[in-house]
Design a binder for this molecule. Structure first.
Ligand code: 13P
Ligand code: SF4
Length: 319
């Protein structure tokens, strides 16, 4: 523990020295989340991370999360230095949507409005009309449907299906999935709910339909955290990456939080929902990127300026 405290103190001193701010996601290591909050940064969902980085006065952003989060920060603030603790931290949705294949998909359906999830590369965003995150996807697709637009959606098939069912929009889907949320299991969740009859079920919409169907609340990480704080219930079953439990426990210490079951359940691992790429973020990485200037995110023009359009459209919509 003292070693961790040493690394944390070193990282805090370097953030100060470089006048840098730490922008962290709820799924990263709890020490990193604490460090962000103790040093004037934020812990947030992907929409709030993008906004916080854009609006913060600091010229150096350290983004603790996965690559698309660093890229979104750089796209929004090309004049800022954007560093990440580990540049290899990616996302199965991003990996499963290669820009060239995606461009061909778009070319084949020119009559459709292209809506991409935040969890994509800058090159994929450069082909999109809109970017959405899980916190605003429903409202944006609803808006497009009301305007009579047909949607080409990528890459998460579970989120896409959920939005399609909720809005009734005409959506052509890319077949991608999050390797973490795809593992939650409806049958086992149903059994767990019977063991905890008073518990409310909180589900991230990257989860399969059988899980989303049982939800009391479906939403982004911040929306699920808010549900724990606001809902009049004592216990919650949480179907999202278990990194979020750190902040939920801090803000709602009296409530009981139960991890939703995954396919990976075993005697030693009741729930294994943790993103391997989010787990690559460590205090040591924050120290290294600030000390040595490693892990810098660069996005080539004109990809950056083309990708900016779809992010700005989303941010204007939610403003
Ligand atoms: P949020 O935008 O809900 O934080 O989701 C990001 C993510 O990667 C979920 O797996
Ligand atoms: Fe991607 Fe899933 Fe990891 Fe989120 S939890 S970064 S969607 S792989």
């Amino acid at each position: 523990p003292s070693q961790r405290a040493d690394w944390k103190a070193r990282a805090a001193a370097l953030l100060k020295k470089h006048n840098a701010v730490l922008v962290a996601h709820y799924y990263v290591d709890g020490d990193l989340q604490d460090l962000a909050l103790e040093t004037g940064g934020c812990v947030a969902d992907s929409l709030e991370m993008a906004r916080f980085g854009r609006d913060h006065a600091s010229q150096t952003l350290v983004v603790a999360g996965v690559r698309f989060m660093g890229e979104s920060a750089k796209i929004l603030s090309p004049e800022k230095r954007v560093l990440m603790p580990d540049l290899d931290a990616t996302c199965s949705l991003d990996l499963g949507c290669p820009p060239d294949d995606f461009a061909r998909f778009c070319d084949a359906h020119p009559d459709r409005t292209v809506v991409v999830y935040a969890n994509t590369s800058a090159a994929v965003k450069a082909r999109a009309d809109w970017m959405v995150t899980s916190s605003c996807a429903l409202a944006i697709v609803n808006h497009l449907k009301e305007q009579g637009q047909k949607v080409l959606w990528a890459p998460d098939r579970h989120l896409g299906r959920y939005i399609q069912e909720q809005t009734g929009a005409d959506m052509l889907m890319w077949n991608g999935a999050c390797i973490v949320h795809d593992e939650f299991r409806g049958l086992e969740l149903d059994l767990l709910r019977k063991e905890h009859p008073g518990a409310k079920v909180l589900v991230h919409p990257e989860s399969p339909r059988s899980v989303v169907e049982q939800a009391d609340v479906v939403g982004s990480t911040s929306q699920l955290l808010n549900a724990v704080l606001k809902m009049d219930a004592q216990s919650f079953i949480v179907a999202t990456d278990n990194g979020i439990l750190h902040r939920m426990r801090q803000l709602a210490p009296g409530k009981t939080l139960i991890e939703a079951p995954t396919a990976g359940n075993s005697a030693t691992c009741k729930s294994c929902a943790h993103c391997p790429w989010m787990a690559m973020n460590a205090l040591q990485g924050v120290v290294a990127c600030l000390e040595q200037g490693t892990g810098e995110i660069l996005v080539d023009e004109p990809i950056r300026s083309q990708a900016l359009g779809c992010i700005d459209r989303m941010l204007d919509f939610v403003a």
